[in-house]
Design a binder for this molecule. Structure first.
Ligand SMILES: Nc1ncnc2c1ncn2[C@@H]1O[C@H](COP(=O)(O)OP(=O)(O)OP(=O)(O)O)[C@@H](O)[C@H]1O
Length: 455
């Protein structure tokens, strides 16, 4: 499937273009992992574009393909009409991790980009000082990264990208390692520089998993779906800047994007309505769902129970924006918890609202023993990895298996770290439901008596 996106209505000529970009990685055991599927997009002069998607949807991979840091498996990336054969010459990057060299001063770090481009020393100095000044680091030219706060280090990251006066500034989660206030300040300053035409760039592409950040900054938002990443939706943000997070239009757009990100559940509801069965049943994984096709959301049982209790206390239904506001979380932080509740049939979502199901109400109100029994049933029936572990242990003499068996299977789809995380979550869920146990000393999983009855 090829997805082509349009451009912001008044964007100028195209700077970077992707045509049917597909990227497949090979996992350590030689399996193919499709991450991007035939993505086409354009970034034009005068626009800020945000790439939004859940963790693992391939946002960073797409950004790196567009920057020419990695080559697509198929499809083309062009810079001003010329297909890339190496690093994109029109792009400078800002990374989440700042990526500064600790043994160089602020000024030397900033000059580095120019040195790499062969700019003579006196011009390097002049341009670096200008960029440092622009981003508010005047007076810190001689400081080393370790002497700076996180926010100041990221300013150096931005100065180092701006100093080359790139056609396109690419930013990969640039604010997510910063505290809330520092991140907000830096966002506003970057938008200020963009609006005032002081930043020497013609376009920006921002990777983020933060919905509000995307709505705050972008002219256009591209939402990526996962497994593999495709462009699921494109939205033009027509709000005037500076944008007010509290305005009804802003909140409505955040809600819309949230609804798109959780569209999976809406599709299930539509299917359920057509089949006249309860939406929860339709939202549950089909019997064919495998642990590789339906990963477990990365949440603990405690976190999940917390969300359900909060919802129960709010009458069983509320808007996710309202819940996250009250808890001072970003709405995105709630997403894995919401995914887990939906996967287990404990809640359903409709656009930006979440509602407890009957099972969810029962679980939230249960005493600890009952909640363990209920959880065991939901996890065994609806969480594919938990189900697969019970079935595999039940089929083995002695009802024991080494973790390596499951890790090998998981590595067919996930990287090593992800495979371990998936198994850790399944063990957390299985232990809580007293379905199986895990001995960390010898890495062996064993079935608890009676666990098969939960299947
Ligand atoms: N070099 C690589 N080799 C193998 N797999 C990779 C490689 N780089 C990324 N992946 C996998 O590709 C998928 C997408 O990763 P990517 O970092 O692009 O997603 P993302 O949307 O940016 O995620 P996040 O928001 O968590 O940073 C993941 O499953 C990841 O493990």
């Amino acid at each position: 499937m090829t997805t082509t996106t349009s451009r912001t209505p008044d964007a100028g000529p195209t700077i970077v273009q992707a045509e049917a970009v597909t990227k497949t990685f090979t996992t350590p055991d030689g399996r193919e992992l499709p991450v991007l599927d035939a993505i086409s997009l354009q970034v034009g002069e005068g626009e800020i574009v945000a790439l939004l998607g859940k963790s693992g949807s391939g946002k960073s991979t797409l950004l790196r393909c567009l920057a020419g840091l990695i080559a697509p498996s198929a499809g083309t990336v062009s810079y001003r009409g010329t297909p890339l054969t190496a690093t994109n010459p029109g792009v400078a990057m800002v990374f989440q991790s700042f990526a500064l060299l600790p043994w160089l001063t602020v000024q030397q770090n900033v000059e580095l980009s120019l040195q790499a481009r062969g700019v003579p020393e006196d011009l390097r100095r002049e341009r670096a000082l200008k960029a440092i000044d622009l981003i508010g680091l005047d007076g810190f030219e001689g400081a080393y990264p370790k002497e700076l706060s996180g926010g100041m280090r990221q300013r150096v990251g931005v100065a180092r990208a701006l100093v080359v006066e790139p056609d396109a500034l690419f930013m990969d989660e640039p604010f997510s390692a910063l505290d809330v206030l520092t991140a907000e300040n830096l966002r506003r300053e970057i938008v200020g520089l963009w609006e005032g035409h002081e930043a020497p760039v013609r376009s920006m592409l921002l990777v983020t998993h933060n919905i509000e950040e995307a709505v705050l900054l972008a002219d256009r938002i591209l939402v990526l779906s996962s497994n593999p990443g495709r462009i699921k939706a494109e939205l033009t943000v027509g709000l005037p800047r500076p944008r007010d997070r509290r305005s009804p239009q802003f909140e409505a757009l955040v809600d819309t994007v949230y609804g798109i990100l959780t569209g999976r559940e809406e599709a299930a509801e539509a299917a359920a309505a057509a089949a006249q069965v309860p939406a929860v049943a339709a939202a549950a994984p089909r019997p064919t769902a495998t642990p590789l096709a339906v990963p477990l959301p990365e949440v603990s049982v405690g976190g999940l129970a917390g969300l359900l209790e909060i919802l129960a206390a709010r009458g069983g239904e509320d808007g996710l924006a309202e819940i996250s506001d009250e808890l001072s979380f970003e709405i995105d932080d709630l997403l894995p918890l919401v995914d887990a509740a939906v996967l287990l049939g404990l809640a359903r979502t409709q656009g930006p609202r979440i509602t407890l199901t009957e099972q969810g109400r029962e679980f939230a109100a249960a005493d600890i023993l009952t909640s363990k029994q209920l959880f065991a049933r939901y996890a065994a029936q609806r969480a594919p990895l938990v189900r697969a572990i019970i079935q595999a242990l039940a089929a083995t003499e002695g009802h024991k298996l080494r973790e390596g068996f499951f890790l090998d299977l998981l590595r067919r789809r996930f990287t090593g770290d992800e495979a371990h995380r998936q198994l850790d979550i399944a063990i957390d869920w299985g232990r809580y439901g007293e379905l199986f146990d895990y001995d960390a000393d010898d890495g062996v999983l064993s079935l608890e008596p009676g666990a098969e009855a939960a299947l």
